[in-house]
Design a protein around this ligand. Structure first.
Ligand code: ATP
Length: 225
């Protein structure tokens, strides 16, 4: 993150995830949040050892490489590899605490899909989040409802009020609304060599490096059949 991003009025927008692989909904979400918040930069933060889910199919280096390819056409989208450099599980709370230490008064915004908002109450030390960051939430087909505790911890707001505060508010976006997921993409790539939910250059990289050629969700029993 550059010195220009330390100006107080400019929010620091973070998008954490596994990005295994990054897809069009991730890019669309990041661009929508950037636009809503004055074209501020969005930092993609790929995690190394995600604590809440099965381990990624692609290596950390490959997931970062795909993110760099996908964000390259958009000057407002950047990558940050701090979670990949940190040993052990990638706890979002550690990243938020570290960045808040560097930027005590700046609006810090964490992008989440609605499915992640619905499970936020299971995240490590989620009750500490409102003191550290805002949330910008994208709709997602099939997402469950969030629990009241989370809704109350992060009152909804509009973009301009959010930028007046460093943390603790929730911006709900209504678009993009895309039925796309990395797991469906991995499944599709294992069966076919084409996928419209991926950026063309990311798909070319996947083919060139032979990624996702085996169904990620195959059980050991399935492998002999
Ligand atoms: P998987 O299918 O492997 O679970 P994913 O598509 O959900 O992957 P992640 O890297 O786990 O991708 O997601 C990172 C963040 O992006 C999460 O906050 C997730 O909610 C959000 N996200 C992913 N896909 C969408 C989508 N189609 N619409 C809105 N948010 C999304």
């Amino acid at each position: 993150m550059s010195a220009a991003d330390t100006k107080e009025a400019v929010p620091l927008i973070l998008f954490g995830g596994t990005f295994d692989p990054v897809h069009r909904a991730h890019i669309g979400a990041a661009r929508a949040v950037s636009k809503a918040l004055g074209n501020a930069k969005v930092y993609f933060l790929p995690n190394s050892v995600p604590p809440h889910r099965p381990q990624p199919a692609a290596s950390a280096e490959q997931r970062l490489a795909m993110l760099k390819i996908a964000t390259e056409p958009y000057p407002e989208l950047l990558t940050d590899d701090r979670e990949l450099r940190r040993p052990g599980p990638s706890w979002t709370i550690d990243t938020l605490t570290e960045l808040r230490g560097h930027h005590p008064d700046k609006p810090l915004v964490l992008i989440l899909g609605a499915d992640s908002l619905a499970t936020l109450h299971h995240w490590h030390r989620w009750q500490d989040y409102p003191a550290l960051c805002h949330l910008a939430v994208l709709p997602r087909p099939g997402a469950a409802e969030p629990v009241n505790e989370v809704l109350q911890a992060f009152p909804t707001t509009d973009a301009s009020r959010l930028l007046d505060h460093p943390a603790g508010l929730r911006l709900m976006l209504s678009a993009p609304f895309l039925d796309v997921s990395s797991s469906a993409i991995r499944q599709r790539l294992a069966e076919k060599d084409h996928c419209t939910s991926l950026d063309d250059a990311v798909l070319a990289h996947i083919k060139q490096h032979g990624l996702y050629t085996v169904p990620n969700d195959a059980r050991p029993d399935d492998e002999d059949s």
